[in-house]
Design a protein around this ligand. Structure first.
Ligand code: NAI
Ligand SMILES: O=C(O)C1=N[C@H](C(=O)O)C[C@H](O)C1
Length: 266
């Protein structure tokens, strides 16, 4: 079987480095280029701390996505740049596999429409860790029976977006089975702004940012005389890599945008 020719955007980031380590070890992939903010024209192997891969680095994403023959773009950057990379990849018939979080609903719709127009597949997954996908699915099931729910997500303090993509996706999945309702006392008032967290359809999301954390989420359901907590922890970034690989393999046979890894699991 031929290898999946991959471009990685964000190779010096925490996730990008982990993706390169995976690609270096895994025969499924061939790294054909990287998109970075620095090191134009250099080789990945010459950048300190990056795996010994031959591929060239481009600082101009448009040139890279137009010139390099690739099957997938693995994007692990920032919301603004990730959106632009994803759009250009689709326009150039390179299938995006996007871990970058923080895209708006409008952006997701636009990218989905573009995929339909071009007849090309894409995967955007707010969380590539299998345990996190199961945590979201179990939460959706629990919400049918216990509709009072709050989400606590905890991440490292270098994270740009809040709430996390995973927390938003969890709330959206729960929304599919739970009728809208507000929670807490009808007359409750925040004496300190933000005390009750962000709100999606009456559900509250609380975001914690601390050094020492990686990626963690608790979904807490309240019922008469009981609570249920569904919890997931990523203790390292290797936890996301089997999902990146799965998405890269599956995207090759998709002809539309898929939002969430759950759609790719048997
Ligand atoms: N879907 C998932 O399972 C996961 C998603 N993430 C998401 O992945 C993204 C990256 O996360 P981290 O690696 O932790 O962040 P990071 O800050 O360590 O890395 C981001 C990298 O993107 C690079 N970058 C920024 N603009 C760029 C541009 N225009 N061109 C090329 N590179 C550019 C930065 O230089 C940096 O090296 C975030 O959006 C995060 O939320 C993180 C972990 C898991
Ligand atoms: O920034 C991170 O680290 C993570 N981001 C994703 C998110 O926003 O949900 C996935 C995971 O939680 C790690």
């Amino acid at each position: 079987m031929s290898k999946i020719r991959a471009i990685v955007a964000g190779p010096r980031g925490k996730m990008g480095r982990e993706a390169l380590r995976m690609i270096e070890k895994d025969e499924t992939f061939e790294l054909v280029a990287c998109i970075d903010r620095k090191h134009d024209g250099e080789r990945v192997r010459d950048i300190e701390g990056l795996p010994a891969l031959e591929a060239l680095i481009y600082t101009d994403p448009e040139t890279c996505l137009m010139e390099v023959e690739a099957d997938v773009l693995i994007d692990l950057t920032t919301p603004e740049n990730g959106y632009v990379h994803t759009k250009w990849a689709i326009e150039n018939h390179i299938r995006p596999v996007v871990g970058t979080t923080g895209f708006s609903e409008q952006q997701l719709r636009e990218l989905s429409t573009l995929c339909e127009e071009k007849g090309i597949g894409a995967v955007i997954a707010p969380n590539f860790a299998i345990g996190a996908v199961l945590m979201m699915q179990f939460s959706k099931w629990a919400a049918k029976h216990m509709p009072h729910v709050e989400i606590i997500e905890k991440h490292h303090d270098q994270k740009l977006d809040a709430p996390s993509g995973t927390a938003i996706k969890t709330a959206q999945l729960i929304q599919e089975v739970r009728s809208s309702q507000s929670q807490g006392h009808p007359e409750e008032q925040e004496t300190h702004e933000g005390a009750r967290g962000a709100e999606i359809d009456g559900m509250r999301i609380h975001s914690m940012r601390l050094p020492g954390l990686i990626a963690h989420q608790e979904v807490i359901f309240g019922g008469q005389g009981q609570t249920l907590t569904i919890k997931h922890d990523s203790h390292d970034r290797e936890s996301f890599m089997s999902g990146v690989k799965l998405a890269s393999e599956k995207v090759m046979s998709l002809d539309q945008l898929v939002y969430g890894l759950e759609h790719l699991l048997d």
